[in-house]
Write a protein that binds this ligand. Sequence first.
Ligand code: OMP
Length: 264
Amino acid sequence: MESFNGRLKSLIAKKKSCLCIGLDMDPKLLNTTKLEKLRDHSRLVIDATIDLAIAFKPNFAFFERWGSAGFSWLEEIVEYIGDDLITIADAKRGDIGNTALQYAHSVFSHFCFDSVTLNPYMGSDSIKPFLDYPGKGVFILCKTSNASSIQFQNLNLNKKLLYEKVVEMALDSNKNKNVGLVVGATAQEELKAIRKLAPELPLLIPGVGAQGGDLFKSVKTGNKNGAALISVSRGISFAGDLSKKAIRQEAKKYVEKMAEVLNG
Ligand code: OMP
């Protein structure tokens, strides 16, 4: 079976895109209080962009806040996206081993996601249960896009920064070629450093669009090994007048800008 990282690279090369669409269905941005409206909008976003994107990344917060109805919507979404693209469960999991086993079962066997975001704070045994699923992948938070990420992630520990230790752990965990890192587009200096430390690993790069990270630099640095995913949520899902046409146009703009870098 092809490794997760191999599958990701092949898709990026084939589609000449590194676009990941974040599905963060914020009721405020759709000016609604109805789950049904958000569900329809999530389908519209998928329909508008499925041929342009490499991956879809539903963020669990926007689903689980609706309780059981949100979880069935999440189940539907994974099925609706289908098998041709990569699905990323943005659940930011991380817990002791036997609990992590249940989380891994949930995202991979129950919801059938291809990959998941993980929080490394509890160490390598909290990551391990996710690594044994053939063909599935993980993205470990390394240097996140938010302002407070410096509070812990840039701490200096005996001449190594904490995020550099996370890179080391990720490299050690990548025996099955199924580990990637999350690095914010708002942290270009660290993005360059991480790309150097981990030239082989895929990078999931959120933070362009609403958070103001640099698209060109992110693609250029991140995709040096052909394995970067640039993730945009609000900037695409709620573009313009929220129509399918406006959303598609915005996604196309991103892919065209990416192609400028990808085609050299
Ligand atoms: P937009 O700012 O609307 O594009 O959304 C960003 C999405 O990426 C949200 O779902 C965040 O939870 C997620 N994200 C970050 O914004 N920063 C990070 O460092 C990591 C993530 C993530 O793991 O996806």
